[in-house]
Write a protein that binds this ligand. Structure first.
Ligand SMILES: [Zn+2]
Length: 197
């Protein structure tokens, strides 16, 4: 990883709360549904939005932290996993900068769900399930894996609790979407854990 844990810059998000007595044992991956890290930081500093996340990984692989691990970030919303509701208290969240689902019109791609307002720029979109998606650059995926490895080892998070937002809120959420190499990511995490906890 190009920056180690000690070097990850920190900018505080507006909203975070106490975990009370909950122990961290989950990791949740998201996409930002937006074009840049700056865009995501602005959302986490917007009093109207009332959302936050522990880490953001930029398109270029840069990592930023906005909520301390020991604090509860507001990233899951209404969610359920393995019998527990409201996953924020137990989880860490990583937001991955990604445009998400795209729309195509007259040969150009646009940001979803805006009405053809923001042209997409980036790597060529990928097709999955009848929709177009912004791809994740390989260097960014490597940084997500490195950060996840650090967090999974630090908190001894079990493999079954390493999830996508779409796993814990399937009626509301699609992130990180089909362009994220989930199977490869889970294999990588299983190799790290490998019966150690
Ligand atoms: Zn999400």
């Amino acid at each position: 990883m190009s920056n180690t844990a000690a070097e990850i810059p920190f900018i505080p998000a507006l909203y975070a709360s106490s975990r009370e007595d909950a122990q961290i044992d989950m990791l949740v991956l998201h996409f930002t549904d937006g074009p840049s890290m700056e865009d995501c930081v602005a959302i986490f500093q917007d009093p109207e939005r009332r959302v936050s996340c522990h880490y953001i990984v930029g398109l270029d692989g840069a990592i930023l932290q906005m909520v301390r691990d020991e604090d509860c970030a507001w990233h899951c919303g209404v969610s359920t996993w393995r019998g527990r509701e409201g996953c924020n208290r137990w989880s860490l969240g990583i937001e991955i900068v990604n445009w998400g689902r795209l729309r195509k019109k007259n040969g150009r791609f646009y940001c979803w769900p805006e009405d053809y307002g923001t042209p997409y720029s980036g790597l060529p979109p990928v097709s999955a399930g009848g929709d177009w998606w912004a791809p994740y650059p390989s260097g960014q995926v490597e940084q997500v894996e490195s950060l996840s490895r650090l967090l999974v080892e630090r908190h001894r998070i079990p493999l079954e609790n390493i999830v996508r937002h779409s796993d814990i809120a399937p009626d509301r959420k699609i992130d990180p979407g089909p362009a994220f190499p989930w199977a490869r990511f889970k294999t990588s995490m299983s190799q790290i854990i490998a019966g150690r906890w």
